[in-house]
Write a protein that binds this ligand. Structure first.
Ligand code: GDP
Ligand code: IMO
Ligand code: MG
Length: 423
């Protein structure tokens, strides 16, 4: 059985957690392949309300195996906290597995994330300060410490000693901050290693065996296409390949195994952190959306910037990922608006663009070209069939489908699992 990927199509927080929790009912394995605890995936189901940062959103089904793949960076303290919270709510984590190849977020990554952000001053990225960028820098710089390294304390100590020496030189000489203690980190991470040990596996092999055994696998994307390190609004991006291509390297999975690629789009745009957002609404409509949707970051609590749906971005991310279909979330948030705008192109220096420029400064200078549609102004949150949606809501969806270039297979009209229309 082939794999199905669920990928954020905008700037993250599209509602991937809800969609994965919903689709996981029919699969055997759910896998995270990139990012770390910069992600915050909200799931509301009969077990309660959860904000998952590392554990895959399939964990609520006792028969579903959940894998944290090699492409993910892991802060063990955050993972353990999450596991404890799940257990307290009666959710079993017996089928949770962590790749031996996943890189660990170390205390110096978190410290350096903050120090780097502060040194950027007015051009700060607005990272989540969870150590994500510095950890991936070390991974590609071949200075990373991986989950599997914790299993041999002597090897781990030697590795940590050499890496920390270098980090402490940067921390003290470049940033004039206090050095970190080898002993403290060593003791703490040895303890983490003992707790982690039963979860550690060669997850690439597990995944391949699952696919060979005709099991259905769901790939849970983190962040969104516009935060991708290559195709996002660089440098206002995260440090990973958030697109479907990242799933292959982040898991050890052949692209030939991915059958369906579902893009998750929010019915409007949001972004948390700095960087261009062409359709941003810095007015009362933007504020109305933020309040109605409670658009505050699931990880950092920061207010999310809100704007109209940007179909230039929508089409771009569909092309980069090759979406076979899409899930549209938070359509109910638009229930109260008398009219809705969709950005169909950009104006830049007298030219009309239908593709986003790769340069963030140019993108920030683009003016949106809008198509205006009438709002439906009725509560749709209790509806469960496409044909029951008001005509104006169906027109909005059809317009998005045409502009994005593929069809909606799921429409979400509320945060709870059952508040969903399967088309
Ligand atoms: P993720 O990071 O992509 O998983 O998304 P987040 O969990 O960070 O943010 C999505 C937010 O939207 C969460 O608060 C969800 O509970 C909520 N949500 C998801 N789908 C819907 C929907 O269709 N309607 C409403 N009102 N809220 C939704
Ligand atoms: P989910 O999976 C929204 C943003 C940060 C910042 C930029 C870089 O919940 O959709 P980082 O800490 O990754 O170095 O920050 O990326 N960012 C997200 N925004 N949703 C996310 O994840 C995000 N993960 C990172 O706000 O702008
Ligand atoms: Mg989120």
């Amino acid at each position: 059985m082939p794999a199905i990927a669920v990928i954020g199509a905008q700037w993250g927080d599209e509602g991937k957690g809800k969609i994965v929790d919903l689709l996981a009912e029919k699969v055997n394995v759910v896998v995270r392949f990139s990012g770390g605890n910069n992600a915050g995936h909200t799931v509301i189901n009969p077990y309660g309300e959860f904000r998952l940062h590392l554990v895959p959103s399939g964990i609520f089904y006792p028969d579903v195996a959940c894998i944290i793949g090699n492409g993910v960076v892991i802060d063990p303290a955050v993972l353990f906290e999450e596991i404890e919270e799940l257990k307290k709510s009666g959710v079993s984590v017996e089928r949770l597995f962590v790749s031996d190849r996943a890189n660990l977020i170390m205390p110096y990554h978190i410290l350096l994330d903050g120090l780097e952000e502060e040194s950027r001053g007015g051009s700060a990225i607005g990272t989540t300060r969870r150590g994500i960028g510095p950890c991936y820098m070390d991974k590609v710089g071949r200075l990373g410490i991986r989950v599997g390294d914790l299993l041999d304390k002597e090897v781990f100590r030697e590795r940590l000693r050499t890496v920390l020496e270098q980090k402490n030189r940067i921390i003290t000489k470049v940033y004039e901050a206090q050095p970190l203690s080898l002993e403290e980190i060593y003791d703490k991470y040895c303890h983490y290693g003992e707790i982690l040990a039963p979860f550690i596996r060669g997850t690439d092999l597990m995944l391949q065996e699952a696919l060979e055994n005709e099991e259905a696998v769901l790939l849970e994307g983190a962040q969104g296409t516009m935060l991708d390190v290559d195709f996002g609004t660089y440098p206002y991006v995260t440090s990973t390949s958030t697109i479907v291509g990242g799933a292959c390297s982040g898991l050890g999975l052949s692209p030939a195994k991915i059958d369906r690629i579902i893009g998750v789009y929010k019915a409007y745009s949001t972004r948390v952190g700095a960087g261009p957002l062409v359709t941003e609404l810095c007015d009362e409509t933007g504020e109305l959306i933020r309040q109605r949707a409670h658009e505050y970051g699931a990880t950092t609590g920061r207010p999310r910037r809100c704007g109209w749906f940007d179909a230039v971005i929508g089409r771009f991310s569909a092309r980069i990922n090759g979406f076979s279909e899409f899930a549209l979330t938070r359509l109910d948030i638009l229930d109260v608006l008398p009219s809705l705008k969709i950005c169909t192109g950009y104006k830049l220096d007298g030219d009309t663009l239908t593709n986003p420029p790769s340069n963030s400064t140019l993108l920030a200078g683009c003016e949106p070209i809008y198509e205006e549609l009438a709002g439906w102004q009725t509560d749709i949150s209790a509806l469960r069939r496409f044909e029951d949606l008001p005509g104006k809501a169906r027109s909005y969806i059809r317009t998005l489908e045409e502009l994005i270039g593929c069809s909606a297979s799921v429409i979400s009209v509320g945060p709870r699992r059952e508040q969903t229309i399967i088309v």
